[in-house]
Design a protein around this ligand. Structure first.
Ligand SMILES: Nc1ncnc2c1ncn2[C@@H]1O[C@H](COP(=O)(O)OP(=O)(O)OP(=O)(O)O)[C@@H](O)[C@H]1O
Ligand SMILES: [Mg+2]
Length: 234
């Protein structure tokens, strides 16, 4: 099955913005994209219950084609790691639950897009880090990191962790969550010569008009979407 597991060097680096932009790109090309954010912590209380902000972005990105409850199975209140947020509610979520949530309703011809939570070694469940879910699902990994000073270390450390798990590194995205502060910084060039995978830059976009970041950056994800959805060689 084709797909991608989106991980990050950290929380708040743009995993959802990149993932939803990819989902939007592939959906409008006619692919059936199955986004999965199997567990989301920090959900705000809404009139109809807890609202999973990331899952809502994916839901919008695929034009509402995938039910929200399928995108995110486990909604948690506390803005902490899912493991800790679940414990605070007296709930136990295990790796097998997350694997089931990712696979449910996905057919062989679909494109499965999974976003973990936090970074590759952040805890997702009582018995699992993001790395464990990624290894169980087995999809290529896209690493998102904020394009700022320190990004090279963060990207290389995450990339090494991914390959040590025997997983395929599909690429690294340097995301300008904030406008680039120093025009002489070139993390993409400095990373590309140290990594044997695609390194892309996504520029900061202005979201002042209420356009979600994922929609504003979507045009710059065309090449990554095409390479992730390319037919397997041979
Ligand atoms: N290229 C960009 N330009 C402008 N804003 C951006 C960009 N990328 C992300 N953002 C904004 O940065 C914030 C963090 O992004 P996002 O929620 O995608 O991160 P995340 O890694 O998925 O976070 P989490 O770990 O909470 O899931 C959001 O407010 C998002 O709209
Ligand atoms: Mg997110």
């Amino acid at each position: 099955m084709q797909g991608v597991f989106i991980t990050g060097s950290d929380t708040g680096v743009g995993k959802t913005a990149i993932g939803a932009a990819l989902a939007w790109q592939l959906s409008r090309q006619g692919r059936t994209v199955r986004p999965r954010k199997p567990v989301e912590s920090g959900c705000a209380e809404g009139t109809g219950g807890l609202r999973p902000h990331d899952a809502e972005a994916y839901h919008a990105a695929v034009g509402g084609a995938e039910p929200l409850a399928r995108i995110c199975r486990y909604l948690l209140r506390a803005p902490l790691s899912p493991e800790r947020a679940a414990a605070l509610e007296g709930r136990t979520i295990r790796l097998d639950d997350l694997i089931t949530a990712c696979r449910e309703g996905v057919r062989a011809e679909d494109f499965l897009l999974v976003e973990g939570a936090g970074g590759f070694y952040s805890p997702l469940a009582e018995d699992a880090l993001n790395a464990d879910l990624a290894a169980a699902i087995g999809l290529p990994i896209l690493v998102v990191t904020a394009d700022r000073l320190g990004a090279i270390h963060q990207a290389l450390a995450t990339a090494e962790a991914v390959t040590r798990r025997g997983l395929v590194l599909a690429g690294v995205v340097l995301n300008e969550t904030r406008p680039c502060a120093d025009p002489q910084m070139d993390n993409a060039a400095d990373l590309a010569r140290r990594l044997g995978c695609d390194v892309s830059v996504v520029r900061h976009c202005n979201t002042a008009g209420g356009v979600p970041a994922w929609r504003a950056i979507a045009p710059s994800l065309t090449a990554i979407a095409a390479s992730l959805a390319a037919p397997a060689a041979g």
